[in-house]
Design a protein around this ligand. Sequence first.
Ligand code: NAP
Length: 321
Amino acid sequence: MGSALDPHRVLLNDGNYLPIFGLGTSSTDKPVKGETVEAVKIAIEMGYRHFDGALMYGNEDEVGEAIRAKIADRTVKREDVFYTSKVWMTYLSPTLVQKALEKTLKDVQLDYIDLYLVHWPMGLKPSENELFPSDASGKILMDDVDFRETWKVMESCKEAGLVRSIGVSNFNRAQLEMVLKMPNLKYKPVCNQVECHPYFNQNKLLKYCQHNNIVLVGYSPLGKLNYSKFVSPEKPILLNDPELKKIGDKLHKSVAQVVLRYQVQRGVVVIPKSFNQGRMKQNMAIFDFELTNEEMKTINGLNKSIRYVTLEQKGSGPKCP
Ligand code: NAP
């Protein structure tokens, strides 16, 4: 049942715990059928207990199938597994939030979601059928929904027991403040999931979140190698960084392990995606070594404010994982 990763959890501001290390499940634009099921099953066998998903990724049914299979064969119990999902940008209007959640619950076929996030602070034209509603010219249609209205429904989803914890993603400080200052706020976001790696270390946002007892979850912690078409070729490749390589060589660890360790050591939850058995194993082996203060400082100094994930992709409007 247990896993070597079990002790590595962070306490959330609502009293629940979030494993500090998990598996990202956003694979590609069009996930290969069956690939996610196999990867998540293997991950659970290896000891992964935290899975980061979203309605937008189009493979929640497979994540759920794998979790249910591993519960059925008694590898884990439901309460051993932590599943995060996210309400997509076309569902932010208060009448649609619960519909998004119901779709996710139906796809994963679990009784509850451990953590439910507002995927982005801005809305797209409300739709249950299209992820990127567009006009005749292909222009993506935005919506001026106020995410504080979305948040009120998130709170009622928690109260209904459909989700255990609620949080946000891709919120900047001003947007977080807007939620925190809501009159009659019932629950603070437990976390803010944002892009975070040594080239975009989010030091200021991390400080702000820590000050407000909000956990920072870092996505694309390896520099997002997955969607090469979303990554501008002119951006430097994080895993090729010579300073990181030097640190890794000294410690006999890969650059991926160094950048993941850097995050957990500063209290950032990481969710690297890999569907490759060898790399999944490598990524979780970050709890048997420590970076020195000097090495942490060197890594902090690599910040270049490089964001790999942007809403504008090749001029085609919002497209993001
Ligand atoms: P990432 O985890 O930084 O990188 C994933 C890529 O790195 C994949 O191509 C993977 O390929 C490769 N990889 C994994 N381990 C490796 C290793 N040890 N050495 C070399 N390459 C390795 O990027 P990401 O998938 O964008 O981010 C992780 C997760 O964060 C996503 O899956 C998703 O759950 C979440 N996310 C959330 C948002 C949001 O808006 N909230 C946005 C982006 C991502 P293989 O599979 O072939 O190993």
